[in-house]
Design a protein around this ligand. Structure first.
Ligand SMILES: Cc1cccc(C(=O)O)c1OC(=O)C1CC1
Ligand SMILES: [Zn+2]
Length: 313
């Protein structure tokens, strides 16, 4: 059966209408995007449902008339495509492995599941419990955050504990917001899917980490145990420090989001390694800015000042 690219429409988690890249087959459509450059070597974007179970990847979603009503699936698919586009067009990376690997997402994972994760092979999204979260694929910053965990795993390999783990989390928050590209002065994370009953809140804030109980300076670094209860040494807590450094950098006059993304991406993929500490991230981002814009450039100077401002010297 020959595959042909088709254009469908779908309703997203927040009730919005989106145009979807789908794949037509004999008697219907697959939720499969075969329009990306990676398709030249077989790479696709595919979206599955776990049907509220935990077997992965579950079932590839199909539809008879190319009008898609599974809201979590619509957003997982559409936002994975947007994330692919950012990495390819802005950073020259071809999927998470830079070799055009197929990007698989599964929605409706388990029940009332307040979590989203990269499991080493694919993205997985819960539907939330309707109080803490709504379906987690409903936010582009969340989807790009998860896909960036895959990029980090394939490049720097920052281990998910203590300072390297907090850097791992921070790079996902940074790229999550750069891909989402909202005019959000607070650079929030997860604002579209957290507490559907409460407006204006989020999981984290890069402009003011303290607002969500994260440190924003080394003198507030939290020494936590490398356990589940200790958030693996505080990877989602101490990430406030590199997050604040990035915020201070990207809001410096003369610094553009695109150039900030290029610098952070170059540091992640060319200089950082498994056990890099915050000070290594300082040096890696200064070196990346120097490589791209010169030693005394506005960028290189602003990067150094940003890390100094959060006590990483
Ligand atoms: C919701 C959630 C729970 C646990 C881990 C993560 C994780 O991926 O680290 C997670 O997703 C996020 O943090 C995204 C950015 C909002
Ligand atoms: Zn994460």
């Amino acid at each position: 059966v020959n595959h042909a690219a088709a254009t469908g429409t779908g309703t997203g988690v927040l009730g919005d209408t989106k145009t979807l890249n789908t794949d037509s087959y004999s008697s219907g459509y697959y939720l499969r995007d075969i329009t990306k450059p990676m398709y030249s070597t077989g790479g696709k974007i595919e979206t599955y449902t776990a049907n509220y179970g935990t077997a992965l990847p579950g079932t590839l979603l199909t539809d008879a008339d190319n009008v898609w009503t599974d809201r979590a699936a619509v957003d997982a698919h559409y936002y994975a495509g947007k994330t692919y586009d950012y990495y390819y067009n802005k950073l020259g990376r071809n999927s998470f492995d830079n070799r055009g690997a197929t990007m698989k997402s599964t929605v409706h994972y388990s029940r009332n599941y307040n979590n989203a994760f990269w499991n080493g092979t694919q993205m997985v999204y819960g539907d939330g419990d309707g109080r803490q979260f709504t379906s987690l694929s409903g936010a582009l910053d969340v989807v790009a955050h998860e896909i960036t965990h895959a990029v980090t795993e394939r490049t720097a390999g920052l281990v998910y504990e203590y300072q390297p783990g907090a850097l791992n989390e921070s790079f996902s928050d940074v790229l999550g917001n750069l891909v989402e590209n909202k005019n959000d002065p607070k650079w929030l994370l997860g604002e579209d899917v957290t507490t559907p009953g409460i407006a204006g809140d989020a999981l984290r804030s890069m402009s003011n980490p303290n607002e969500y109980d994260q440190p924003d300076h080394m003198n507030e670094y939290r020494n936590l145990p490398n356990t589940r209860e200790g958030d693996w040494g505080g990877v989602h807590i101490n990430s406030g420090i590199p997050n604040k450094a990035f915020y201070n950098f990207v809001t410096t006059p003369g610094i553009t989001k695109d150039n900030a993304g290029k610098i952070w991406y170059r540091a992640l993929t060319q200089y950082l390694t498994s056990y890099s500490q915050f000070v290594d991230a300082r040096n890696a981002t200064i070196q990346a800015a120097t490589d791209l814009f010169g030693a005394n450039s506005t960028e290189a100077t602003a990067v150094a000042n940003a890390w100094t401002s959060v006590g990483v010297v």
